[in-house]
Design a protein. Structure first.
Length: 345
Protein backbone atom coordinates (compact mmCIF):
# COMPACT_ATOMS: atom_id res chain seq x y z
CA UNK A 1 0.00 0.00 0.00
CA UNK A 2 1.36 3.42 -1.01
CA UNK A 3 0.54 7.01 -0.10
CA UNK A 4 -0.28 8.81 -3.35
CA UNK A 5 -1.12 12.48 -3.90
CA UNK A 6 -3.56 13.19 -6.74
CA UNK A 7 -3.33 16.90 -7.58
CA UNK A 8 -6.48 18.16 -9.27
CA UNK A 9 -9.95 17.24 -8.04
CA UNK A 10 -11.78 17.48 -11.37
CA UNK A 11 -13.37 14.57 -13.17
CA UNK A 12 -10.18 12.75 -14.18
CA UNK A 13 -8.24 13.25 -10.94
CA UNK A 14 -11.24 11.98 -8.95
CA UNK A 15 -11.79 8.96 -11.23
CA UNK A 16 -8.11 7.98 -10.97
CA UNK A 17 -8.26 8.45 -7.20
CA UNK A 18 -11.06 5.85 -7.19
CA UNK A 19 -8.88 3.36 -9.14
CA UNK A 20 -5.99 3.85 -6.70
CA UNK A 21 -8.31 3.62 -3.68
CA UNK A 22 -9.82 0.39 -5.03
CA UNK A 23 -6.26 -0.98 -5.16
CA UNK A 24 -5.91 -0.30 -1.42
CA UNK A 25 -3.69 2.80 -1.58
CA UNK A 26 -4.03 5.80 0.74
CA UNK A 27 -5.13 8.53 -1.67
CA UNK A 28 -4.81 12.23 -0.97
CA UNK A 29 -6.92 14.19 -3.41
CA UNK A 30 -5.81 17.83 -3.50
CA UNK A 31 -8.08 20.55 -4.88
CA UNK A 32 -7.87 24.34 -4.75
CA UNK A 33 -11.49 24.92 -3.75
CA UNK A 34 -11.96 24.32 0.01
CA UNK A 35 -15.75 23.79 -0.25
CA UNK A 36 -15.18 20.94 -2.70
CA UNK A 37 -12.66 19.30 -0.32
CA UNK A 38 -15.20 19.57 2.51
CA UNK A 39 -17.75 17.81 0.28
CA UNK A 40 -15.25 15.04 -0.56
CA UNK A 41 -14.44 14.43 3.13
CA UNK A 42 -17.96 14.76 4.56
CA UNK A 43 -20.22 13.39 1.84
CA UNK A 44 -17.69 11.25 -0.08
CA UNK A 45 -18.92 12.75 -3.33
CA UNK A 46 -17.70 15.22 -5.96
CA UNK A 47 -21.07 16.12 -7.46
CA UNK A 48 -19.91 18.83 -9.85
CA UNK A 49 -17.42 16.58 -11.61
CA UNK A 50 -18.72 13.01 -11.04
CA UNK A 51 -22.43 13.27 -10.23
CA UNK A 52 -23.93 10.22 -8.53
CA UNK A 53 -20.59 8.55 -7.70
CA UNK A 54 -19.76 7.50 -4.13
CA UNK A 55 -16.07 7.89 -3.33
CA UNK A 56 -14.24 5.20 -1.33
CA UNK A 57 -13.41 6.32 2.21
CA UNK A 58 -9.67 5.85 1.68
CA UNK A 59 -9.74 8.95 -0.53
CA UNK A 60 -9.04 11.91 1.72
CA UNK A 61 -9.46 15.43 0.37
CA UNK A 62 -6.75 18.05 1.05
CA UNK A 63 -6.87 21.77 0.47
CA UNK A 64 -3.23 22.19 1.58
CA UNK A 65 -0.86 21.04 -1.14
CA UNK A 66 1.96 20.81 1.39
CA UNK A 67 0.06 18.37 3.61
CA UNK A 68 -1.02 16.29 0.62
CA UNK A 69 2.65 15.79 -0.35
CA UNK A 70 3.94 14.63 3.07
CA UNK A 71 5.38 11.10 2.94
CA UNK A 72 4.39 10.48 -0.70
CA UNK A 73 6.80 9.41 -3.41
CA UNK A 74 4.27 9.52 -6.25
CA UNK A 75 2.21 12.47 -7.48
CA UNK A 76 -0.56 12.12 -10.04
CA UNK A 77 -0.85 15.49 -11.77
CA UNK A 78 -4.43 15.84 -13.04
CA UNK A 79 -5.06 19.49 -13.86
CA UNK A 80 -5.68 21.02 -17.31
CA UNK A 81 -2.56 21.81 -19.38
CA UNK A 82 -3.09 25.52 -18.75
CA UNK A 83 -2.65 25.02 -14.97
CA UNK A 84 0.35 22.65 -15.05
CA UNK A 85 3.06 25.27 -14.52
CA UNK A 86 1.19 26.99 -11.68
CA UNK A 87 0.61 23.73 -9.79
CA UNK A 88 4.21 22.55 -10.32
CA UNK A 89 5.46 25.84 -8.88
CA UNK A 90 3.40 25.18 -5.76
CA UNK A 91 4.73 21.62 -5.57
CA UNK A 92 8.39 22.58 -5.89
CA UNK A 93 7.96 25.34 -3.30
CA UNK A 94 6.55 22.90 -0.70
CA UNK A 95 8.25 19.58 -1.51
CA UNK A 96 10.95 18.34 0.88
CA UNK A 97 11.94 15.13 -0.95
CA UNK A 98 12.17 13.67 -4.48
CA UNK A 99 9.15 12.20 -6.28
CA UNK A 100 7.88 10.51 -9.43
CA UNK A 101 5.29 12.55 -11.33
CA UNK A 102 2.58 10.76 -13.28
CA UNK A 103 0.87 13.22 -15.57
CA UNK A 104 -2.49 12.49 -17.14
CA UNK A 105 -3.22 15.73 -19.01
CA UNK A 106 -3.74 15.81 -22.77
CA UNK A 107 -2.43 19.00 -24.28
CA UNK A 108 0.47 20.90 -25.81
CA UNK A 109 1.33 24.41 -24.69
CA UNK A 110 0.75 27.01 -27.44
CA UNK A 111 3.76 29.24 -28.32
CA UNK A 112 6.36 27.26 -26.30
CA UNK A 113 5.09 24.14 -28.15
CA UNK A 114 6.17 22.02 -25.20
CA UNK A 115 4.68 18.65 -24.34
CA UNK A 116 3.66 18.21 -20.71
CA UNK A 117 6.60 15.98 -19.75
CA UNK A 118 8.90 18.71 -21.11
CA UNK A 119 7.14 21.37 -19.00
CA UNK A 120 7.52 19.16 -15.91
CA UNK A 121 11.24 18.70 -16.56
CA UNK A 122 11.63 22.47 -16.96
CA UNK A 123 9.62 23.49 -13.92
CA UNK A 124 10.79 20.87 -11.39
CA UNK A 125 14.29 21.12 -9.91
CA UNK A 126 16.26 18.06 -11.16
CA UNK A 127 17.07 16.73 -7.68
CA UNK A 128 13.35 16.58 -6.81
CA UNK A 129 12.29 14.61 -9.89
CA UNK A 130 12.92 10.85 -9.96
CA UNK A 131 10.96 10.22 -13.17
CA UNK A 132 8.07 11.44 -15.30
CA UNK A 133 5.44 8.92 -16.37
CA UNK A 134 2.53 9.65 -18.72
CA UNK A 135 -0.73 7.77 -18.22
CA UNK A 136 -2.91 8.02 -21.32
CA UNK A 137 -5.42 6.10 -23.42
CA UNK A 138 -9.14 5.78 -24.19
CA UNK A 139 -10.63 6.49 -20.78
CA UNK A 140 -13.55 8.69 -19.86
CA UNK A 141 -13.83 9.54 -16.16
CA UNK A 142 -17.57 8.85 -16.16
CA UNK A 143 -16.91 5.18 -17.08
CA UNK A 144 -13.72 4.65 -15.03
CA UNK A 145 -15.51 5.89 -11.89
CA UNK A 146 -18.21 3.23 -12.52
CA UNK A 147 -15.54 0.53 -12.84
CA UNK A 148 -16.32 -0.03 -16.53
CA UNK A 149 -13.62 -1.90 -18.44
CA UNK A 150 -10.81 0.49 -19.47
CA UNK A 151 -7.31 0.12 -20.93
CA UNK A 152 -4.54 2.72 -20.77
CA UNK A 153 -0.77 2.99 -21.26
CA UNK A 154 1.94 4.12 -18.82
CA UNK A 155 4.83 5.63 -20.73
CA UNK A 156 8.24 6.75 -19.52
CA UNK A 157 11.86 6.88 -20.60
CA UNK A 158 12.42 5.05 -17.30
CA UNK A 159 10.68 1.72 -17.93
CA UNK A 160 11.17 0.57 -14.34
CA UNK A 161 9.07 3.52 -13.20
CA UNK A 162 6.51 2.90 -15.95
CA UNK A 163 6.14 -0.65 -14.63
CA UNK A 164 5.90 0.63 -11.06
CA UNK A 165 3.01 2.93 -12.10
CA UNK A 166 1.45 0.04 -14.05
CA UNK A 167 1.44 -1.95 -10.79
CA UNK A 168 -0.10 0.91 -8.79
CA UNK A 169 -3.07 1.34 -11.12
CA UNK A 170 -3.76 -2.06 -12.70
CA UNK A 171 -6.82 -4.01 -11.58
CA UNK A 172 -9.53 -6.18 -13.07
CA UNK A 173 -11.41 -3.20 -14.55
CA UNK A 174 -8.46 -0.97 -15.38
CA UNK A 175 -5.76 -2.65 -17.45
CA UNK A 176 -2.47 -0.78 -17.83
CA UNK A 177 0.11 -1.45 -20.56
CA UNK A 178 3.56 0.16 -20.85
CA UNK A 179 5.27 1.93 -23.78
CA UNK A 180 8.67 3.68 -23.81
CA UNK A 181 7.64 6.13 -26.59
CA UNK A 182 6.78 9.23 -24.52
CA UNK A 183 6.66 11.56 -27.54
CA UNK A 184 4.24 9.35 -29.46
CA UNK A 185 2.02 8.81 -26.40
CA UNK A 186 1.83 12.53 -25.54
CA UNK A 187 1.28 13.67 -29.14
CA UNK A 188 -1.48 11.08 -29.75
CA UNK A 189 -3.28 11.99 -26.51
CA UNK A 190 -3.14 15.73 -27.16
CA UNK A 191 -3.96 15.82 -30.88
CA UNK A 192 -6.93 13.45 -30.77
CA UNK A 193 -8.87 16.25 -29.05
CA UNK A 194 -8.57 18.37 -32.23
CA UNK A 195 -10.10 15.62 -34.32
CA UNK A 196 -12.83 15.05 -31.70
CA UNK A 197 -13.82 18.72 -31.95
CA UNK A 198 -13.97 18.32 -35.73
CA UNK A 199 -16.04 15.11 -35.39
CA UNK A 200 -18.45 16.95 -33.10
CA UNK A 201 -18.77 19.76 -35.64
CA UNK A 202 -19.45 17.22 -38.39
CA UNK A 203 -22.22 15.61 -36.30
CA UNK A 204 -23.59 19.03 -35.36
CA UNK A 205 -23.82 19.97 -39.04
CA UNK A 206 -25.81 16.78 -39.64
CA UNK A 207 -23.19 14.78 -41.54
CA UNK A 208 -23.19 11.04 -40.95
CA UNK A 209 -21.02 8.04 -40.16
CA UNK A 210 -19.07 8.27 -43.42
CA UNK A 211 -17.81 11.71 -42.47
CA UNK A 212 -16.95 10.52 -38.95
CA UNK A 213 -14.96 7.55 -40.30
CA UNK A 214 -13.16 9.89 -42.70
CA UNK A 215 -12.25 12.29 -39.88
CA UNK A 216 -10.95 9.49 -37.64
CA UNK A 217 -8.86 7.94 -40.42
CA UNK A 218 -7.52 11.12 -42.00
CA UNK A 219 -7.13 12.62 -38.51
CA UNK A 220 -4.92 9.71 -37.50
CA UNK A 221 -2.88 10.24 -40.68
CA UNK A 222 -2.10 13.85 -39.77
CA UNK A 223 -1.44 13.05 -36.10
CA UNK A 224 1.02 10.30 -37.12
CA UNK A 225 2.63 12.54 -39.75
CA UNK A 226 3.40 15.27 -37.21
CA UNK A 227 4.12 12.85 -34.35
CA UNK A 228 6.70 10.85 -36.28
CA UNK A 229 8.32 14.00 -37.64
CA UNK A 230 9.01 15.19 -34.10
CA UNK A 231 10.36 11.85 -32.93
CA UNK A 232 7.39 9.63 -32.01
CA UNK A 233 7.39 5.98 -33.12
CA UNK A 234 4.83 5.51 -35.96
CA UNK A 235 3.66 2.25 -34.31
CA UNK A 236 2.46 4.12 -31.21
CA UNK A 237 -0.26 5.87 -33.25
CA UNK A 238 -1.90 2.51 -33.98
CA UNK A 239 -2.09 1.78 -30.23
CA UNK A 240 -4.32 2.74 -27.31
CA UNK A 241 -2.97 6.28 -27.04
CA UNK A 242 -3.37 6.86 -30.78
CA UNK A 243 -6.26 5.27 -32.66
CA UNK A 244 -7.75 3.95 -29.38
CA UNK A 245 -8.18 7.38 -27.82
CA UNK A 246 -9.18 8.89 -31.15
CA UNK A 247 -12.06 6.42 -31.49
CA UNK A 248 -13.40 6.96 -27.98
CA UNK A 249 -13.15 10.74 -28.08
CA UNK A 250 -14.73 11.09 -31.54
CA UNK A 251 -17.63 8.75 -30.77
CA UNK A 252 -18.52 9.17 -27.08
CA UNK A 253 -21.12 11.51 -25.66
CA UNK A 254 -18.87 11.76 -22.59
CA UNK A 255 -16.22 13.63 -24.58
CA UNK A 256 -16.13 17.33 -23.76
CA UNK A 257 -14.26 17.97 -27.01
CA UNK A 258 -16.87 16.15 -29.11
CA UNK A 259 -19.71 17.91 -27.23
CA UNK A 260 -18.11 21.33 -27.73
CA UNK A 261 -17.65 20.63 -31.45
CA UNK A 262 -21.23 19.42 -31.70
CA UNK A 263 -22.52 22.73 -30.32
CA UNK A 264 -20.25 24.69 -32.68
CA UNK A 265 -21.63 22.67 -35.60
CA UNK A 266 -25.15 23.56 -34.44
CA UNK A 267 -24.27 27.24 -34.66
CA UNK A 268 -23.31 28.18 -31.09
CA UNK A 269 -20.45 30.60 -30.48
CA UNK A 270 -17.14 29.32 -29.07
CA UNK A 271 -17.18 31.59 -25.97
CA UNK A 272 -20.71 30.51 -25.09
CA UNK A 273 -19.83 26.81 -25.58
CA UNK A 274 -16.74 26.98 -23.35
CA UNK A 275 -18.55 28.97 -20.67
CA UNK A 276 -21.37 26.44 -20.43
CA UNK A 277 -19.20 23.30 -20.52
CA UNK A 278 -17.99 23.75 -16.89
CA UNK A 279 -15.04 21.44 -17.60
CA UNK A 280 -11.88 21.78 -19.63
CA UNK A 281 -12.03 21.46 -23.45
CA UNK A 282 -8.32 20.88 -24.11
CA UNK A 283 -8.65 20.66 -27.91
CA UNK A 284 -9.15 24.40 -28.36
CA UNK A 285 -5.71 25.49 -27.12
CA UNK A 286 -4.15 22.36 -28.61
CA UNK A 287 -5.48 23.33 -32.06
CA UNK A 288 -3.48 26.54 -31.80
CA UNK A 289 -0.36 24.65 -30.69
CA UNK A 290 -0.74 22.00 -33.42
CA UNK A 291 -1.23 24.66 -36.09
CA UNK A 292 2.02 26.27 -34.91
CA UNK A 293 3.78 22.87 -34.89
CA UNK A 294 2.56 22.06 -38.39
CA UNK A 295 4.01 25.38 -39.66
CA UNK A 296 7.26 24.92 -37.74
CA UNK A 297 7.87 21.39 -39.08
CA UNK A 298 6.30 21.89 -42.52
CA UNK A 299 3.83 19.04 -41.97
CA UNK A 300 0.45 19.15 -43.75
CA UNK A 301 -2.45 18.99 -41.28
CA UNK A 302 -5.58 19.97 -43.22
CA UNK A 303 -8.16 19.07 -40.55
CA UNK A 304 -6.22 20.98 -37.89
CA UNK A 305 -5.89 23.95 -40.26
CA UNK A 306 -9.63 23.92 -41.02
CA UNK A 307 -10.51 23.77 -37.32
CA UNK A 308 -8.05 26.57 -36.58
CA UNK A 309 -9.91 28.78 -39.08
CA UNK A 310 -13.22 28.04 -37.33
CA UNK A 311 -11.94 28.53 -33.77
CA UNK A 312 -9.63 31.50 -34.24
CA UNK A 313 -10.48 33.21 -37.54
CA UNK A 314 -14.28 33.21 -37.52
CA UNK A 315 -14.79 30.85 -40.48
CA UNK A 316 -18.16 29.08 -40.42
CA UNK A 317 -18.02 25.31 -39.79
CA UNK A 318 -19.85 24.66 -43.09
CA UNK A 319 -17.32 26.74 -45.08
CA UNK A 320 -14.45 24.95 -43.32
CA UNK A 321 -15.85 21.54 -44.35
CA UNK A 322 -16.36 22.80 -47.92
CA UNK A 323 -12.78 24.02 -48.11
CA UNK A 324 -11.49 20.67 -46.83
CA UNK A 325 -13.50 18.74 -49.40
CA UNK A 326 -12.60 20.96 -52.37
CA UNK A 327 -8.88 21.42 -51.77
CA UNK A 328 -6.34 20.02 -54.27
CA UNK A 329 -6.49 16.27 -54.86
CA UNK A 330 -3.85 14.07 -53.25
CA UNK A 331 -2.78 10.44 -52.77
CA UNK A 332 -4.00 8.60 -49.68
CA UNK A 333 -0.52 7.24 -48.85
CA UNK A 334 2.13 9.59 -50.25
CA UNK A 335 5.00 7.51 -48.84
CA UNK A 336 3.65 4.32 -50.38
CA UNK A 337 3.29 5.99 -53.77
CA UNK A 338 6.88 7.25 -53.57
CA UNK A 339 8.14 3.73 -52.74
CA UNK A 340 6.16 2.20 -55.63
CA UNK A 341 7.37 4.89 -58.05
CA UNK A 342 11.00 4.14 -57.21
CA UNK A 343 10.62 0.39 -57.57
CA UNK A 344 11.66 -1.26 -60.83
CA UNK A 345 9.31 -4.07 -61.89
N1 LIG B 1 -12.18 13.73 -17.91
C1 LIG B 1 -11.66 12.69 -18.53
O1 LIG B 1 -12.37 11.71 -18.81
C2 LIG B 1 -10.22 12.69 -18.91
C3 LIG B 1 -9.45 13.83 -18.83
N2 LIG B 1 -8.12 13.77 -19.19
C4 LIG B 1 -7.26 14.94 -19.09
O2 LIG B 1 -7.07 15.26 -17.72
C5 LIG B 1 -6.79 16.66 -17.59
C6 LIG B 1 -7.71 17.22 -16.51
O3 LIG B 1 -9.01 17.14 -17.03
P1 LIG B 1 -10.33 16.90 -16.19
O4 LIG B 1 -10.11 16.37 -14.84
O5 LIG B 1 -11.24 16.15 -17.08
O6 LIG B 1 -10.81 18.42 -16.13
P2 LIG B 1 -11.99 19.03 -15.28
O7 LIG B 1 -12.38 20.27 -15.95
O8 LIG B 1 -13.00 17.99 -15.01
O9 LIG B 1 -11.28 19.38 -13.90
C7 LIG B 1 -10.14 20.20 -13.83
C8 LIG B 1 -9.76 20.34 -12.36
O10 LIG B 1 -8.55 21.08 -12.28
C9 LIG B 1 -8.78 22.18 -11.40
N3 LIG B 1 -7.92 23.30 -11.71
C10 LIG B 1 -7.95 24.12 -12.78
N4 LIG B 1 -6.98 25.04 -12.69
C11 LIG B 1 -6.34 24.82 -11.52
C12 LIG B 1 -5.28 25.45 -10.84
N5 LIG B 1 -4.64 26.49 -11.37
N6 LIG B 1 -4.89 24.96 -9.64
C13 LIG B 1 -5.52 23.91 -9.10
N7 LIG B 1 -6.54 23.23 -9.69
C14 LIG B 1 -6.94 23.71 -10.88
C15 LIG B 1 -10.25 22.52 -11.58
O11 LIG B 1 -10.69 23.31 -10.51
P3 LIG B 1 -12.02 24.22 -10.63
O12 LIG B 1 -13.15 23.33 -10.18
O13 LIG B 1 -11.78 25.35 -9.71
O14 LIG B 1 -12.17 24.64 -12.06
C16 LIG B 1 -10.83 21.12 -11.58
O15 LIG B 1 -10.90 20.59 -10.29
C17 LIG B 1 -7.04 17.28 -18.98
O16 LIG B 1 -5.81 17.49 -19.60
C18 LIG B 1 -7.83 16.20 -19.72
O17 LIG B 1 -7.57 16.22 -21.11
C19 LIG B 1 -7.53 12.61 -19.59
C20 LIG B 1 -8.27 11.46 -19.68
C21 LIG B 1 -9.66 11.41 -19.35
O1 LIG C 1 -9.17 12.02 -23.04
C1 LIG C 1 -10.32 11.67 -22.86
C2 LIG C 1 -10.77 10.29 -23.09
O2 LIG C 1 -9.70 9.41 -23.27
C3 LIG C 1 -11.33 12.69 -22.47
O3 LIG C 1 -11.72 13.38 -23.59
P1 LIG C 1 -12.55 14.74 -23.42
O4 LIG C 1 -11.61 15.73 -22.77
O5 LIG C 1 -12.94 15.13 -24.81
O6 LIG C 1 -13.73 14.44 -22.55
Amino acid sequence: MEKIAVLGAGSWGTALAIVLADNGHQVRLWGHRPEQITEINHSHTNEKYLPGIELPTNIIGYSSIEESLEGTNTIVLAVPTKAIREVLNQVSAKLKHSITIVHVSKGIEPDSLLRISEIIELEMPGHMLEAVVVLSGPSHAEEVSRRHITTVTASSLNMEKAEYIQDLFINQHFRVYTNPDVIGVEIGGALKNIIALAAGISDGLGYGDNAKAALITRGLAEIARLGSKIGGNPLTFSGLTGIGDLIVTCTSIHSRNWRAGNLLGKGHKLEEVLENMGMVVEGVRTTKAAQQLSEKYGVKMPITEALYQVLFNGQSPKDAVDSLMTRGKTHEMEDLVNIMDNRSF
